[in-house]
Design a protein around this ligand. Structure first.
Ligand code: MRU
Length: 364
Protein backbone atom coordinates (compact mmCIF):
# COMPACT_ATOMS: atom_id res chain seq x y z
CA UNK A 1 0.00 0.00 0.00
CA UNK A 2 1.21 3.53 -0.76
CA UNK A 3 0.12 4.90 2.61
CA UNK A 4 0.05 8.58 1.69
CA UNK A 5 -2.04 7.88 -1.41
CA UNK A 6 -4.41 5.74 0.63
CA UNK A 7 -4.98 8.47 3.21
CA UNK A 8 -5.26 11.11 0.48
CA UNK A 9 -7.91 9.21 -1.45
CA UNK A 10 -10.08 8.83 1.64
CA UNK A 11 -9.42 12.28 3.12
CA UNK A 12 -12.60 13.13 4.99
CA UNK A 13 -12.59 16.91 5.09
CA UNK A 14 -10.45 19.96 4.32
CA UNK A 15 -10.80 23.55 3.21
CA UNK A 16 -10.53 23.79 -0.57
CA UNK A 17 -7.49 25.49 -2.08
CA UNK A 18 -9.03 28.91 -2.68
CA UNK A 19 -11.01 28.77 0.58
CA UNK A 20 -14.40 29.13 -1.09
CA UNK A 21 -15.79 25.81 0.16
CA UNK A 22 -15.36 22.92 2.56
CA UNK A 23 -14.27 19.92 0.53
CA UNK A 24 -15.50 16.50 1.75
CA UNK A 25 -15.71 12.97 0.44
CA UNK A 26 -19.43 12.14 0.36
CA UNK A 27 -19.53 9.14 2.71
CA UNK A 28 -23.13 8.31 1.86
CA UNK A 29 -21.94 7.14 -1.58
CA UNK A 30 -19.21 4.82 -0.29
CA UNK A 31 -18.05 2.21 -0.98
CA UNK A 32 -19.42 2.27 -4.54
CA UNK A 33 -18.61 5.82 -5.54
CA UNK A 34 -15.74 8.02 -4.44
CA UNK A 35 -16.94 11.55 -5.00
CA UNK A 36 -15.76 14.77 -3.39
CA UNK A 37 -18.26 17.57 -2.94
CA UNK A 38 -17.88 21.24 -2.10
CA UNK A 39 -19.96 22.80 0.66
CA UNK A 40 -20.15 26.54 0.27
CA UNK A 41 -23.35 27.62 2.02
CA UNK A 42 -24.47 27.32 5.63
CA UNK A 43 -27.30 25.01 4.56
CA UNK A 44 -24.96 22.74 2.61
CA UNK A 45 -22.59 22.41 5.56
CA UNK A 46 -25.45 21.72 7.99
CA UNK A 47 -27.06 19.18 5.66
CA UNK A 48 -23.76 17.36 5.06
CA UNK A 49 -23.29 16.85 8.81
CA UNK A 50 -26.93 15.95 9.44
CA UNK A 51 -27.12 13.46 6.56
CA UNK A 52 -23.73 11.87 7.45
CA UNK A 53 -22.02 12.90 4.21
CA UNK A 54 -19.30 13.85 6.68
CA UNK A 55 -19.45 11.90 9.91
CA UNK A 56 -17.45 10.58 12.84
CA UNK A 57 -16.88 12.85 15.83
CA UNK A 58 -13.46 14.36 14.97
CA UNK A 59 -14.34 14.82 11.27
CA UNK A 60 -17.56 16.58 12.23
CA UNK A 61 -15.49 18.91 14.44
CA UNK A 62 -13.06 19.70 11.62
CA UNK A 63 -15.93 20.25 9.18
CA UNK A 64 -17.65 22.62 11.60
CA UNK A 65 -14.40 24.54 12.17
CA UNK A 66 -13.76 24.92 8.43
CA UNK A 67 -17.45 25.72 7.92
CA UNK A 68 -17.61 28.47 10.52
CA UNK A 69 -14.35 29.99 9.20
CA UNK A 70 -15.89 30.07 5.72
CA UNK A 71 -19.20 31.53 6.92
CA UNK A 72 -17.39 34.13 9.05
CA UNK A 73 -15.43 35.28 5.99
CA UNK A 74 -18.75 36.04 4.27
CA UNK A 75 -20.17 38.17 7.11
CA UNK A 76 -20.60 41.77 6.08
CA UNK A 77 -20.26 43.79 9.24
CA UNK A 78 -19.09 47.32 9.90
CA UNK A 79 -17.76 46.61 13.39
CA UNK A 80 -16.75 43.82 15.74
CA UNK A 81 -20.03 43.80 17.71
CA UNK A 82 -22.09 43.20 14.58
CA UNK A 83 -19.59 40.63 13.30
CA UNK A 84 -19.72 38.74 16.62
CA UNK A 85 -23.53 38.73 16.63
CA UNK A 86 -23.61 37.24 13.11
CA UNK A 87 -20.83 34.77 13.97
CA UNK A 88 -22.85 33.53 16.94
CA UNK A 89 -25.90 32.96 14.72
CA UNK A 90 -23.86 30.88 12.26
CA UNK A 91 -22.30 28.96 15.13
CA UNK A 92 -25.65 28.12 16.73
CA UNK A 93 -26.99 26.99 13.37
CA UNK A 94 -24.10 24.57 12.70
CA UNK A 95 -24.28 23.35 16.32
CA UNK A 96 -27.90 22.29 15.74
CA UNK A 97 -26.92 19.72 13.11
CA UNK A 98 -26.21 16.77 15.45
CA UNK A 99 -26.42 16.52 19.27
CA UNK A 100 -24.19 13.67 20.51
CA UNK A 101 -20.60 14.14 19.32
CA UNK A 102 -19.12 16.74 21.63
CA UNK A 103 -16.33 17.50 19.13
CA UNK A 104 -18.83 19.55 17.11
CA UNK A 105 -19.42 21.92 20.03
CA UNK A 106 -15.79 21.75 21.15
CA UNK A 107 -14.55 22.86 17.71
CA UNK A 108 -17.15 25.62 17.38
CA UNK A 109 -16.35 26.89 20.89
CA UNK A 110 -12.67 26.92 20.09
CA UNK A 111 -13.40 29.01 16.98
CA UNK A 112 -15.53 31.39 19.06
CA UNK A 113 -12.72 31.73 21.62
CA UNK A 114 -10.46 32.76 18.77
CA UNK A 115 -12.94 35.50 17.78
CA UNK A 116 -13.24 36.70 21.38
CA UNK A 117 -9.48 36.83 21.90
CA UNK A 118 -8.96 39.12 18.90
CA UNK A 119 -11.62 41.74 19.38
CA UNK A 120 -9.19 44.57 18.55
CA UNK A 121 -8.08 43.06 15.25
CA UNK A 122 -9.33 44.31 11.84
CA UNK A 123 -12.11 41.94 10.73
CA UNK A 124 -10.33 40.83 7.57
CA UNK A 125 -7.30 39.73 9.59
CA UNK A 126 -9.54 38.04 12.15
CA UNK A 127 -11.08 35.95 9.36
CA UNK A 128 -7.57 34.93 8.25
CA UNK A 129 -6.92 33.78 11.82
CA UNK A 130 -10.11 31.71 11.77
CA UNK A 131 -9.03 29.87 8.63
CA UNK A 132 -5.68 29.21 10.30
CA UNK A 133 -7.36 27.98 13.49
CA UNK A 134 -9.55 25.56 11.51
CA UNK A 135 -6.47 24.19 9.77
CA UNK A 136 -4.74 23.87 13.14
CA UNK A 137 -7.66 21.82 14.49
CA UNK A 138 -7.35 19.55 11.43
CA UNK A 139 -3.59 19.15 11.76
CA UNK A 140 -3.77 18.56 15.50
CA UNK A 141 -6.27 15.78 14.91
CA UNK A 142 -3.69 13.98 12.75
CA UNK A 143 -1.15 14.10 15.59
CA UNK A 144 -3.73 13.19 18.23
CA UNK A 145 -4.94 10.10 16.44
CA UNK A 146 -1.37 9.05 15.73
CA UNK A 147 -0.59 9.25 19.45
CA UNK A 148 -3.70 7.17 20.21
CA UNK A 149 -2.43 4.71 17.61
CA UNK A 150 0.98 4.40 19.29
CA UNK A 151 -0.64 3.48 22.61
CA UNK A 152 -2.98 0.99 20.93
CA UNK A 153 -0.02 -0.41 18.98
CA UNK A 154 1.78 -1.19 22.26
CA UNK A 155 -1.26 -3.25 23.31
CA UNK A 156 -1.15 -5.09 19.98
CA UNK A 157 2.59 -5.70 20.36
CA UNK A 158 1.97 -7.38 23.72
CA UNK A 159 -0.63 -9.64 22.09
CA UNK A 160 1.75 -10.43 19.23
CA UNK A 161 4.07 -12.12 21.68
CA UNK A 162 1.51 -14.92 21.84
CA UNK A 163 2.76 -15.72 18.34
CA UNK A 164 -0.52 -16.04 16.46
CA UNK A 165 -2.82 -13.76 14.49
CA UNK A 166 -4.37 -11.03 16.65
CA UNK A 167 -8.17 -10.84 16.36
CA UNK A 168 -9.56 -7.32 16.75
CA UNK A 169 -13.25 -6.46 16.74
CA UNK A 170 -14.48 -2.98 15.93
CA UNK A 171 -17.92 -1.41 15.61
CA UNK A 172 -19.07 1.39 13.28
CA UNK A 173 -16.35 3.49 11.65
CA UNK A 174 -13.81 5.29 13.79
CA UNK A 175 -11.35 5.23 10.93
CA UNK A 176 -9.58 7.62 8.59
CA UNK A 177 -12.97 8.67 7.19
CA UNK A 178 -14.09 9.70 10.68
CA UNK A 179 -11.02 11.81 11.46
CA UNK A 180 -8.32 13.84 9.73
CA UNK A 181 -6.06 10.83 9.07
CA UNK A 182 -5.49 7.73 11.21
CA UNK A 183 -8.89 7.28 12.80
CA UNK A 184 -9.06 6.50 16.50
CA UNK A 185 -10.09 2.83 16.76
CA UNK A 186 -8.18 2.08 13.54
CA UNK A 187 -5.10 4.09 14.50
CA UNK A 188 -3.37 1.13 16.23
CA UNK A 189 -3.70 -0.85 12.98
CA UNK A 190 -2.43 1.95 10.71
CA UNK A 191 0.42 2.71 13.11
CA UNK A 192 1.28 -1.02 13.10
CA UNK A 193 1.69 -0.77 9.31
CA UNK A 194 3.95 2.26 9.77
CA UNK A 195 6.03 0.19 12.18
CA UNK A 196 6.55 -2.38 9.45
CA UNK A 197 3.81 -4.91 10.15
CA UNK A 198 2.53 -6.41 6.94
CA UNK A 199 -1.17 -6.25 7.83
CA UNK A 200 -1.72 -9.99 8.06
CA UNK A 201 -0.56 -10.29 11.69
CA UNK A 202 -3.82 -8.65 12.63
CA UNK A 203 -7.27 -9.73 11.62
CA UNK A 204 -9.94 -7.08 12.04
CA UNK A 205 -13.55 -8.18 12.37
CA UNK A 206 -15.85 -5.29 11.43
CA UNK A 207 -19.42 -5.23 12.73
CA UNK A 208 -21.55 -4.12 9.79
CA UNK A 209 -23.31 -1.62 12.12
CA UNK A 210 -26.99 -1.43 11.34
CA UNK A 211 -28.86 0.64 10.36
CA UNK A 212 -26.47 2.75 8.27
CA UNK A 213 -23.76 0.16 7.77
CA UNK A 214 -20.75 2.31 8.59
CA UNK A 215 -18.82 -0.85 9.46
CA UNK A 216 -19.56 -2.56 6.16
CA UNK A 217 -19.46 0.45 3.87
CA UNK A 218 -16.61 2.39 5.48
CA UNK A 219 -14.45 0.42 7.94
CA UNK A 220 -14.27 -2.70 5.81
CA UNK A 221 -13.46 -0.52 2.78
CA UNK A 222 -10.67 1.29 4.59
CA UNK A 223 -8.97 -1.66 6.21
CA UNK A 224 -9.29 -3.93 3.21
CA UNK A 225 -7.83 -1.22 0.91
CA UNK A 226 -4.98 -0.74 3.39
CA UNK A 227 -3.99 -4.40 3.05
CA UNK A 228 -5.12 -5.40 6.54
CA UNK A 229 -6.80 -8.79 6.92
CA UNK A 230 -10.46 -7.80 7.23
CA UNK A 231 -13.62 -9.79 7.84
CA UNK A 232 -17.11 -8.32 7.86
CA UNK A 233 -19.88 -9.78 10.01
CA UNK A 234 -23.45 -8.82 10.91
CA UNK A 235 -23.81 -7.19 14.30
CA UNK A 236 -25.52 -10.24 15.79
CA UNK A 237 -22.46 -12.39 15.04
CA UNK A 238 -20.10 -10.73 17.50
CA UNK A 239 -21.02 -13.16 20.28
CA UNK A 240 -20.17 -16.32 18.33
CA UNK A 241 -16.90 -14.74 17.20
CA UNK A 242 -15.93 -13.99 20.78
CA UNK A 243 -17.05 -17.38 22.06
CA UNK A 244 -15.00 -19.18 19.43
CA UNK A 245 -11.85 -17.41 20.63
CA UNK A 246 -11.28 -15.35 17.50
CA UNK A 247 -11.27 -11.98 19.24
CA UNK A 248 -8.35 -10.89 21.44
CA UNK A 249 -9.20 -7.22 21.84
CA UNK A 250 -11.93 -4.71 21.00
CA UNK A 251 -11.20 -1.15 19.85
CA UNK A 252 -14.08 1.30 19.35
CA UNK A 253 -14.29 5.05 18.90
CA UNK A 254 -16.63 7.36 20.75
CA UNK A 255 -18.69 10.50 20.38
CA UNK A 256 -18.62 11.72 23.95
CA UNK A 257 -17.09 10.43 27.17
CA UNK A 258 -18.71 11.63 30.39
CA UNK A 259 -16.62 12.64 33.41
CA UNK A 260 -17.15 9.21 35.02
CA UNK A 261 -15.92 7.34 31.92
CA UNK A 262 -19.32 6.36 30.48
CA UNK A 263 -18.83 6.51 26.71
CA UNK A 264 -21.41 7.20 23.99
CA UNK A 265 -20.67 5.62 20.64
CA UNK A 266 -22.58 4.21 17.71
CA UNK A 267 -25.68 2.24 18.66
CA UNK A 268 -24.71 -1.33 19.48
CA UNK A 269 -21.39 -0.50 21.11
CA UNK A 270 -22.66 -1.11 24.63
CA UNK A 271 -23.84 -4.58 23.58
CA UNK A 272 -20.37 -5.36 22.26
CA UNK A 273 -18.91 -4.21 25.59
CA UNK A 274 -21.29 -6.48 27.54
CA UNK A 275 -20.29 -9.42 25.36
CA UNK A 276 -16.60 -8.62 25.74
CA UNK A 277 -16.97 -8.53 29.53
CA UNK A 278 -18.80 -11.86 29.44
CA UNK A 279 -16.05 -13.52 27.42
CA UNK A 280 -13.18 -11.79 29.28
CA UNK A 281 -11.97 -9.81 26.25
CA UNK A 282 -10.38 -6.38 26.81
CA UNK A 283 -12.57 -3.56 25.53
CA UNK A 284 -10.86 -0.25 24.74
CA UNK A 285 -12.46 3.08 23.83
CA UNK A 286 -10.21 5.29 21.70
CA UNK A 287 -10.89 8.97 22.31
CA UNK A 288 -9.16 12.26 21.59
CA UNK A 289 -9.21 14.38 24.76
CA UNK A 290 -11.63 16.74 22.94
CA UNK A 291 -14.19 13.91 23.16
CA UNK A 292 -14.00 13.83 26.96
CA UNK A 293 -16.67 16.12 28.30
CA UNK A 294 -15.97 16.85 31.95
CA UNK A 295 -19.12 19.00 32.06
CA UNK A 296 -21.30 15.94 31.50
CA UNK A 297 -21.17 13.98 34.79
CA UNK A 298 -22.41 10.57 33.58
CA UNK A 299 -23.66 8.85 30.44
CA UNK A 300 -27.24 9.50 31.52
CA UNK A 301 -26.79 13.19 30.65
CA UNK A 302 -25.37 12.58 27.16
CA UNK A 303 -27.99 13.57 24.56
CA UNK A 304 -28.71 10.64 22.28
CA UNK A 305 -29.63 11.56 18.72
CA UNK A 306 -32.84 9.97 17.43
CA UNK A 307 -32.83 9.57 13.67
CA UNK A 308 -35.27 9.13 10.82
CA UNK A 309 -37.30 5.85 11.02
CA UNK A 310 -36.68 5.33 7.31
CA UNK A 311 -33.10 4.43 8.15
CA UNK A 312 -34.46 1.29 9.82
CA UNK A 313 -37.41 0.44 7.59
CA UNK A 314 -35.52 0.81 4.33
CA UNK A 315 -32.18 -0.71 3.60
CA UNK A 316 -29.31 1.63 2.75
CA UNK A 317 -30.16 1.31 -0.92
CA UNK A 318 -33.71 2.51 -0.24
CA UNK A 319 -35.53 -0.76 -0.64
CA UNK A 320 -38.38 -1.10 1.84
CA UNK A 321 -38.03 -4.15 4.09
CA UNK A 322 -40.56 -3.44 6.86
CA UNK A 323 -44.34 -2.95 6.80
CA UNK A 324 -45.65 0.56 6.21
CA UNK A 325 -46.71 2.36 9.37
CA UNK A 326 -44.81 0.16 11.84
CA UNK A 327 -43.37 2.05 14.83
CA UNK A 328 -39.60 2.27 14.72
CA UNK A 329 -37.01 2.80 17.45
CA UNK A 330 -33.86 4.34 15.97
CA UNK A 331 -31.40 5.83 18.46
CA UNK A 332 -28.10 6.62 16.73
CA UNK A 333 -25.91 6.04 19.79
CA UNK A 334 -25.81 4.23 23.10
CA UNK A 335 -23.75 4.63 26.24
CA UNK A 336 -21.32 2.00 27.49
CA UNK A 337 -21.07 1.95 31.28
CA UNK A 338 -17.59 2.73 32.51
CA UNK A 339 -17.50 -0.59 34.43
CA UNK A 340 -17.43 -2.40 31.09
CA UNK A 341 -14.48 -0.43 29.71
CA UNK A 342 -10.97 -1.83 30.20
CA UNK A 343 -9.33 1.46 29.28
CA UNK A 344 -9.85 4.74 27.45
CA UNK A 345 -6.98 5.52 25.12
CA UNK A 346 -6.41 9.26 24.68
CA UNK A 347 -3.51 11.03 22.99
CA UNK A 348 -2.29 11.99 26.47
CA UNK A 349 -2.19 8.45 27.82
CA UNK A 350 -4.16 5.34 28.67
CA UNK A 351 -6.82 5.99 31.32
CA UNK A 352 -8.20 3.27 33.55
CA UNK A 353 -10.77 3.35 36.35
CA UNK A 354 -11.44 5.43 38.33
CA UNK A 355 -11.83 7.54 35.19
CA UNK A 356 -12.64 10.90 36.80
CA UNK A 357 -9.31 10.87 38.63
CA UNK A 358 -7.45 9.56 35.57
CA UNK A 359 -8.84 12.35 33.37
CA UNK A 360 -7.98 15.01 35.94
CA UNK A 361 -4.46 13.64 36.22
CA UNK A 362 -4.03 14.13 32.46
CA UNK A 363 -5.20 17.73 32.82
CA UNK A 364 -8.74 17.38 31.42
O1 MRU B 1 -23.32 8.38 13.25
P1 MRU B 1 -21.86 8.38 12.96
O2 MRU B 1 -21.49 7.57 11.77
O3 MRU B 1 -21.27 9.77 12.93
O4 MRU B 1 -21.22 7.65 14.24
C1 MRU B 1 -19.82 7.61 14.35
C2 MRU B 1 -19.34 6.85 15.51
O5 MRU B 1 -20.10 6.33 16.31
C3 MRU B 1 -17.84 6.80 15.70
O6 MRU B 1 -17.46 5.61 16.32
C4 MRU B 1 -17.40 7.97 16.57
O7 MRU B 1 -17.89 9.18 16.08
C5 MRU B 1 -15.93 8.06 16.70
S1 MRU B 1 -15.14 8.52 15.22
C6 MRU B 1 -13.47 8.54 15.54
Amino acid sequence: MDAERFFDELLSVRMNADRTAVDIIDQTLLPGTRKRICLSTREEIWEAIKKLRVRGAPAIGVCAACGIALLASKIEAADYAHFFEEFRKEKEYLASSRPTAVNLFWALNRMEDCVKKHEEMPLRELCELLFAEAERIREEDVQISRSIGEIGFRLLSELKQKGREIGILTHCNAGTLATAKYGTATAPMYVALEHGWAGQEIHVYCDETRPLLQGARLTALELHSAGIRTTLQCDNMASILMKSGKIDIVFVGCDRVAANGDAANKIGTSGVAILAKHYGIPFYVCAPSSTIDMRTPTGAEIPIEMRDPDEVTEMWYRERMAPDGVDVYNPAFDVTDHELITGIITEKGLCTAPYGAAFRQLGM
